[in-house]
Design a protein around this ligand. Sequence first.
Ligand SMILES: Nc1ncnc2c1ncn2[C@@H]1O[C@H](COP(=O)(O)OP(=O)(O)OP(=O)(O)O)[C@@H](O)[C@H]1O
Ligand SMILES: [Mg+2]
Length: 386
Amino acid sequence: MANIRLENVTKRFGRVTALQSINLEIHHGEFFCVLGPPGAGKTTLLRLIVGLEKPDAGTIYIDGEPVNDVHPRNRDIAMIFQNLALYPDKTVFDNIAFPLRERKLPAEQIKARVAQVARMLHIEHLLERKPGKLSGGERQRVAIARALVRTPRAYLMDEPLANLDALLRLEMRIELKRLQEQLNETLVYVTSDQVEAMSMADRIAVLYKGVVQQCDTPDNVYNLPANRRVATIVGSPPMNFLTCQVQRTDGQLNLVHSGFGFRVIGSDHPLWDCLCRALPAVQEVLVGVRPEDIRLYPEQPTDVIAFPARVAVSEPLGAETIVDVQLGRDIIKVITPPTQYFAEKQPVWVAFDMAKVHVMDVQTGARIYTTGAPEQLQCILPGTCA
Ligand SMILES: Nc1ncnc2c1ncn2[C@@H]1O[C@H](COP(=O)(O)OP(=O)(O)OP(=O)(O)O)[C@@H](O)[C@H]1O
Ligand SMILES: [Mg+2]
């Protein structure tokens, strides 16, 4: 088990800054995901931890000890690479045993350890085969077994499931999570798949253009995203963002969009001060609402305030339907149950879950405020918006 800490770590490749002042602490026994789009710097981060790259600035600590000048071999960290490679002319047994043979362990001990790891990954029956005669998922398991076999201080995995088909990925996701719980070892897992990160991680670091945008539990990353970038990377389809005018009239503060309006009630409201202070220089904010936190009604509902809109496109996905709706001058995405049918151009009424509305800075994208209860922002009836 290991605790891994990065302090102000920066890595450049020529003019490209792959990682910028990274500060992270990965705890003992944690399933830690690094989530980010292609080119975010995920692989570079792992290569720095394992010792294949040196930081240009900052320090990496393993169990409190600075390791910038420690050779990869002596860091004792196993890495499963993005493009895993097994030795094609060795059997599965020999592939898995390879790291132990390199360390010149006695044959009996090697045999016992390989058997143990093979059992853990359900590949005992494959030990005599060559990699060419394995399925993609089986090959993946062998690669993982090879990393597990030598009980290092921590495991790093670089998109290990990226090349598998959807069903196998799902299966391996569950197995990896189970395996990590069983091993109780530190695992740093890199992925560009938000579902993988959300379903497996104890904590997620969202990386974008070499900068950690947020490092938090899956729950917080999803419900309290630090900024617009995080809210776009996590969630599918991503959060809707609607630019609203901040209007202060007659002692009232309103957020006004071409299709809806919200009222900030009372000068003791958490939003009041920061928005009033920003006026008149900043006259806009972004309102963010997730597609699953919006409801569509074919008729005007009587129990909630809803805003008139029109269906643009409907995309049935089986378990749910994603409906694009023209609301004022913007198009928003709404997840609806498949039982509800909406035709193109159909007039609809849009109601927001008012306990899940985010307000973000229009310039920086930083989240300023999230409602936690329905009464924290009041809908302004259509027609009364300016
Ligand atoms: N050896 C290198 N030389 C020059 N630039 C590099 C090198 N390695 C990485 N980069 C650059 O650093 C940035 C981060 O790369 P990295 O491979 O860490 O991204 P990633 O998040 O792993 O992306 P992907 O999801 O595509 O694997 C990219 O802009 C990449 O082009
Ligand atoms: Mg990569």
